[in-house]
Design a protein around this ligand. Structure first.
Ligand code: NAD
Length: 509
C-alpha cells in the first residue's frame, strides 16, 4: 500500500517554521548547508555552519561554565534537567513535527522519540540525588577508604541523523546532573531539531539561573566534530554513528588520552525457535525490521529461524510485508516513511543486488515507491530475503529495511550464526522453552549488549544501559550506572588515627 499524497515542501517549511517559532528558536536563514526533508527530498532552509572562531568560543565558554557548574550541588543541577523535561512535555508535538520533517519518522515514532527525551530527564533528575560512591574497608586501623565521583569536564556529543534528538538528551541530561557542560555537534542532516533542543535548554537554564554556557550547539559537518575530537579541553567524546566514524574518532581521542563513549552500528538478529508464539513473533519482527524504515541502530537485520517453521514464518512475513503502508510519515496510517536520502536507497539496492548474486531470494518488497510524486525522495519497500549462508553482505550493516532470513537445526548452530558478525548491539530469541531462553541470555549465548526474549531487537526503554560490543563500540548510555562515564572517580584514604600506618605493613623511618 502507498499513500500517494505527500505534503509539499512549502507545507513542510511552514510547519517547521511554526514549530521553531513556538519553541522560541530562530528560524535559520544561512547559506552554508541545507536542511532538507526526506519526505520530498527538497531543501527547507539554509543553515550557517560553525566557524573555527565559533568553535573556539564554544570550547572556551563551556570550559569556563564548567568551573562554576561543577561546584553547584548535584540536586540543584537536577533542577535544570527537571525544567528541561517540563519544556519538552510542553513542546512534545512541535518537537515530533521537526523529527518527522527532518528524519522522516512516522508520527508515533517521532512522538516516541520525544517521550524518550522526557523519560531520560526524569531518570537524570532522580540520578542527581544518587551519584553514589562506595566506602571500602581499609586494612589499616583508624583509616577510612572511600570513592568520590567528581564532574569530568566538557562533554562533546556527536550524534547521528536517525535519533536526532533522543541521543542528545541521553547524553546531555545525564552529563548535566553529573556536573559537566556539553557541546553538541548534531548530524548535518538534522539541524532544525537541534536548534529547537538547544533553545529549550537555554530557556530552562535562564529560568533556573544555571550558567548560560552549560550547553553550546555547533552546526556543521564532520570537520566540526573533528575539532572537538582533537581538543584536549573536551574530556569525553560521546559519539553515535557509523562504525566507520567510530574507527576514525576512537584512535584520535585515545591519542590525546581523552575518554570516548562510542555507540556505533549494529547488525541485529533474532532467533525464532520451534516453540515460538508465531503471532507475537510476526508482530515483533515486522516492527523491528521495517519500523523506522530500517533506520535504527537496533533494527532487526537477520532472522535465524528453525528449519521446521521457516516456511510457515516466511509466508506469514511475506503477507505482512505486502500490507505495509508506505508513504507520508504524517499520515496516521503510514507505517514506513522515507529513507533519509537517495544515497541510502542506492546503498539498499546495492546490497540487494549483491545478496542476490550470492544466491539470496527476494520473498517480498525491494521496490521503490513514490518516485514520480517525489523524485528527490527515497521511499523503499521493506524487503525480505531468504539466504542459505551468512555471506559478507549479510554480515554488514546496510542502513535500510532489509531482513535476511537464515535457517538453523540446533540452537548451538543458531547462536554461532548469531554471533558470527562484527557488530554486537541488540539480539533476541522468540521461544517458549525456558532452557533455550536462558541459554541465549547466558555467557555462552548472545554476545550483544542487549539480549531480549519474546520481543524484537529495537525499542529499548530508558533505565537499562544501552549499547553494544565489538564494532558497536562498547559504550553504554541512558541507564543503569552509565552515568559513571560522565564522571571521574577519586579514591580517598583518610587517616583519623594519630599513627602513620603504611599499607602492606611497609615500614619506613
Ligand atoms: P555517520 O557516522 O555518518 O555520522 C554520525 C555523526 O558523526 C554525524 O554528526 C557526523 O557529522 C559525525 N562524523 C562523521 N565522521 C566523523 C569524524 N571522522 N569525526 C567526527 N565526527 C564525524 O552516521 P549516520 O549516517 O548519521 O547514522 C547512522 C549510523 O549510526 C548507523 O550506523 C547506526 O547504526 C548508527 N547509530 C548507532 C546508534 C547506537 O546507539 N549504537 C544510535 C543511532 C545510530
Amino acid at each position: 500500500m502507498t499513500s500517494t499524497a505527500l505534503p509539499t515542501t512549502a507545507d513542510l517549511r511552514t510547519r517547521a517554521r511554526t514549530s521553531l517559532e513556538r519553541i522560541g528558536a530562530t528560524v535559520p536563514d544561512g547559506t552554508d548547508f541545507p536542511a532538507r526533508s526526506p519526505i520530498t527530498g527538497e531543501e527547507l532552509f539554509g543553515l550557517t555552519a560553525a566557524t573555527a572562531a565559533g568553535t573556539e568560543d564554544a570550547l572556551r565558554a563551556t570550559r569556563e561554565a564548567f568551573l562554576t557548574w561543577r561546584t553547584t550541588p548535584a540536586p540543584r543541577r537536577g533542577e535544570l534537567v527537571r525544567r528541561l523535561g517540563e519544556l519538552l512535555r510542553d513542546h512534545k508535538g512541535d518537537l515530533a513535527d521537526l523529527i518527522t520533517i527532518e528524519a522522516g519518522k512516522i508520527r508515533s515514532e517521532a512522538l516516541g522519540e520525544v517521550q524518550e527525551m522526557i523519560d531520560i530527564c526524569d531518570f537524570a533528575v532522580g540520578l542527581s540525588r544518587q551519584l553514589y560512591g562506595r566506602t571500602i574497608a581499609s586494612e589499616r586501623p583508624g583509616h577510612r577508604l572511600a570513592e568520590t565521583w567528581h564532574p569530568l569536564g566538557v562533554v562533546g556529543v556527536i550524534s547521528a541523523f536517525n535519533f536526532p534528538a533522543a541521543v542528545w538528551s541521553w547524553n546531555t541530561a545525564v552529563a548535566l546532573v553529573c556536573g559537566d557542560t556539553v557541546i553538541w555537534k548534531p548530524s548535518e542532516l538534522t539541524p532544525l531539531i537541534s536548534l529547537a533542543c538547544d533553545r529549550l535548554l537555554a530557556r530552562a537554564a535562564e529560568e533556573v539561573g544555571a550558567p548560560r554556557d552549560v550547553h553550546r550547539l555547533l552546526l556543521g559537518d564532520r570537520t566540526v566534530g573533528e575539532t572537538l575530537v582533537d581538543d584536549p579541553r573536551v574530556a569525553l567524546i560521546s559519539a553515535t554513528g557509523s562504525t566507520r566514524m567510530g574507527r576514525e574518532v576512537g584512535p584520535r581521542v585515545a591519542a590525546r588520552f581523552g575518554r570516548c563513549l562510542l555507540e556505533l552500528g549494529g547488525n541485529n538478529a533474532a532467533v525464532v525457535a520451534p516453540s515460538a508464539d508465531l503471532d507475537l513473533a510476526v508482530q515483533g519482527i515486522v516492527f523491528a525490521a521495517a519500523g523506522t524504515a530500517g533506520q535504527r541502530c537496533t533494527t532487526l537485520r537477520r532472522l535465524i529461524v528453525h528449519r521446521d517453521i521457516a516456511d510457515t514464518l516466511a509466508a506469514r512475513l511475506t503477507a505482512a510485508y505486502a500490507r505495509l503502508p508506505i508513504g507520508d510519515p504524517f499520515d496516521e496510517h503510514t507505517l514506513v516513511g522515507p529513507l533519509i536520502s537517495p544515497q541510502a536507497l542506492d546503498g539498499m539496492q546495492d546490497a540487494l543486488a549483491r545478496v542476490q548474486a550470492q544466491g539470496g531470494k527476494v520473498l517480498a518488497g525491494g521496490g521503490r515507491r513514490l518516485a514520480d510524486a517525489a523524485p528527490r525522495a527515497a521511499y523503499a519497500e521493506p524487503v525480505l530475503v531468504r539466504v542459505d549462508e551468512q555471506t559478507d553482505v549479510v554480515r554488514e550493516e546496510t542502513f535500510a529495511p532489509i531482513l535476511y532470513v537464515l535457517t538453523y537445526d540446533t540452537l548451538d548452530e543458531a547462536i554461532a550464526l548469531h554471533n558470527d558478525v562484527p557488530q554486537g548491539l541488540s539480539s533476541s530469541i522468540f521461544t517458549r522453552d525456558q532452557q533455550e531462553a536462558e541459554l541465549f541470555l547466558s555467557a555462552e549465548g548472545s554476545d550483544c549488549g542487549i539480549a531480549n526474549v519474546n520481543i524484537g531487537t529495537s525499542g529499548a526503554e530508558i533505565g537499562g544501559a544501552f549499547g553494544g560490543e565489538k564494532e558497536t563500540g562498547g559504550g553504554r548510555e541512558s541507564g543503569s550506572d552509565a552515568w559513571r562515564a560522565y564522571m571521574r572517580p577519586a579514591t580517598n584514604t583518610i587517616n583519623y588515627s594519630s599513627t602513620l600506618a603504611l599499607a602492606q605493613n611497609v615500614s619506613f623511618l
